[in-house]
Design a protein around this ligand. Structure first.
Ligand code: NI
Length: 227
């Protein structure tokens, strides 16, 4: 299942981030690809440890932690420091799957990637191509979102970024270890939570049916979560 987190950043926040990223020291992204991925990856990235990438990445992490839709959809337990990348001049990332286990020894961080996330920082009309295409149970789905929007997709899916043939596509990407590893269980919890959040405003604070739904939600979470 692909889930879109609308307006993680507003247009003003996107513009500020873009201004900081313009002229930053992009490096060949193949430097960070695995031996299989290196053959299919052609993009630019900000190097790990880059001060600007860390500062902007932390700003994104704070936004994610405060966004109810992201929290509900991901049940994030650990989040990888966001990576900034730029595709231009035919840049692309051919069909690949993301590494299941990711380690950052210098930060003492080790995660199992359950969800992959792409935050778009350029508007769709600024570039041609650059679609994120993920293979799902219902066939290939193509995603190209407005700047400030984020898509979450299963890290287990095969996916690609199609060649950027005009302009440039700047994104931040990250990976999430969820407290609920099973995608189907996580999707059920997300559906249930969406309905609870939709129904709650119209009900009394002590509404017995809402309380029972919340009770069911937390007991399923207790049953399925690993923390
Ligand atoms: Ni990928």
């Amino acid at each position: 299942m692909l889930i879109v987190i609308d307006k993680l950043l507003n247009k003003n926040e996107v513009a500020q981030m873009r201004a900081r990223l313009d002229g930053s020291g992009w490096l060949d992204g193949a430097d960070t690809a695995g031996s299989r991925s290196i053959a299919v990856k052609q993009n630019l990235q900000l190097p790990r440890g880059d001060a600007l990438a860390q500062e902007l990445g932390n700003a994104i992490l704070r936004k994610l932690g405060n966004h109810p839709e992201f929290v509900s959809a991901s049940l994030a337990e650990k989040i990888w420091p966001p990576v900034f990348n730029c595709y231009r001049d035919g840049g692309h990332y051919g069909t690949h799957s993301d590494a299941a286990l990711m380690r950052l020894p210098e930060a003492g961080l080790s995660i199992r990637s359950d969800l992959s996330a792409t935050l778009f920082l350029t508007e769709p009309d600024e570039y041609d191509g650059g679609e994120l295409v993920a293979e799902t149970a219902f066939g290939a789905q193509s995603v190209k979102l407005e700047a400030g929007d984020m898509v979450l997709y299963p890290s287990s899916s095969l996916h690609q970024v199609t060649p950027v043939t005009r302009g440039q596509r700047i994104c931040a990407i990250t990976w999430i270890q969820s407290a609920v590893a099973d995608e189907g269980a996580r999707a059920l919890l997300y559906d249930l939570d969406c309905s609870i959040r939709a129904l709650t405003p119209d009900r009394a604070k002590d509404d017995a049916d809402i309380n029972r739904l919340i009770h069911v939600y937390h007991n399923l979470l207790r049953r399925w979560a690993q923390v």
